[in-house]
Design a protein around this ligand. Structure first.
Ligand code: SF4
Ligand code: SF4
Length: 358
């Protein structure tokens, strides 16, 4: 530690204060470090001073603690010492995207009768880059390959495709590896309702087998540290917009256009209107701007800019700003519990019909 120089945090290390503890999100190394709120306050109020001056600001009562704090920050590569901290500006926390839609969900089941290729065409016109296609029931191999071939042959802007398939006679590993290797835009294929669990790493793509049945949109919306995303894109988008629904459009299994297939509000059928018309409407876009800083409980959570959100399944369906029901984290105690076992959520869980999936 250089005692005569001033302290500075690397600009990729961002402090986030929670109710009972704080974190430093390292957006470059994609790591998160837990820190006590006392260290958060120290850094907020005294960064830019020398360590000696910081100790003096606390009347030299906590010298050992302050030394241990800076030792920790150095070990984690968060802090450096310089004569000129003003030469290291903070990262810009704005978020923007050049097109109206960045991601989409397309749901399909055995009774669906709309044309997926038509939806893909419209998403392409909207310059949507990522899509998730969820087949809730078995489909023929030829149907999947015709959809993927369309994307392969077209000069499409759609860059990443995630497919959910119900297990069937043709979804064995060899066949699926063959299929997804032939289609560069497929980055993940999940086979649900499988008899076994497996994750096959194919370099830049994954084939996943899960015993979980993904037979309806009710399965979506789980909040878990597994899905935390510690990077500049997620962090800045979460600070400014909704981390799930911003720039998203969906077509549910009935062909209804929605913000997400689990929402009750729809904006007409894909058979009678276009995605473009829907996404241009102010009403459709309203939900994009609900950010974590406005959501009850989440606004006190140290994970609020790395966590996904869910606006479809919330603790109080009459309050658009209530916490996602499928989150079991309590930022006041720092404990995770099973969301499905929380008695206070029982009524809401039943109202959403979630009992059939837990
Ligand atoms: S709002 Fe919830 S249910 Fe809808 S896509 Fe997002 S996480 Fe899934
Ligand atoms: S409380 Fe909110 S921000 Fe925190 S983990 Fe749960 S959903 Fe995410």
């Amino acid at each position: 530690m250089i005692l005569t120089k001033k302290t500075a945090l690397y600009s990729n290390c961002i402090l986030v204060k929670g109710a009972s503890r704080s974190v430093i999100c390292d957006l470059q190394l994609q790591q998160m470090h837990y820190i006590p709120n006392s260290l958060y306050e120290l850094l907020e109020n005294h960064l830019g001073k020398t360590v000696e001056d910081i100790k003096k600001a606390y009347n030299n009562k906590y010298d050992d603690i302050i030394d241990s704090y800076f030792q920790f920050l150095e070990e984690k590569d968060c802090v450096f010492f310089t004569e000129h901290p003003e030469r290291f500006p903070k990262l810009n926390m704005d978020w923007d995207y050049p097109h109206e839609i960045s991601n989409a969900i397309i749901d399909y089941h055995s009774k669906s009768s709309y044309d997926i290729i038509n939806v893909l065409n419209q998403l392409d016109e909207l310059k949507c880059k990522s899509i998730q296609i969820r087949f809730f029931s078995k489909i023929e191999k030829e149907k999947l390959t015709s959809i993927l071939s369309y994307l392969k042959e077209k000069e499409s802007i759609i860059a990443s495709v995630e497919v959910y398939l119900e297990v069937s006679e043709w979804t064995n590993k060899d066949r699926l590896i063959d299929i997804i290797s032939s289609y560069p835009r497929v980055n993940q294929c999940v086979v649900h309702s499988s008899t076994f669990e497996d994750i096959i790493d194919l370099g830049n793509k994954y084939l996943i087998y899960t015993k979980q049945k993904v037979n309806s949109e009710l399965h979506c919306g789980i909040i878990s540290p597994k899905y935390f995303s510690i990077n500049l894109k997620t962090f800045t988008e979460s600070k400014n917009y909704n981390s799930c629904l911003n720039r998203k459009v969906s077509v549910d299994k009935e062909g209804l256009i929605k913000n997400c297939p689990s929402m009750t509000n729809d904006y007409g059928s894909i058979k009678n209107t276009t995605l473009k018309k829907v996404v241009e409407s102010e009403k459709f876009r309203q939900i994009w701007s609900i950010k974590k800083d406005q959501i009850s409980i989440c606004k006190d959570c140290e994970f609020r800019y790395v966590c996904t959100d869910c606006r479809a399944y919330i603790e109080d369906s009459k309050d658009n700003f209530s916490k996602p029901i499928k989150c079991g984290y309590n930022p006041y105690t720092n404990k995770w519990e099973k969301w499905s076992e929380n008695q206070l959520k029982k009524v809401a869980i039943e109202n959403y019909g979630l009992t059939e999936i837990i």
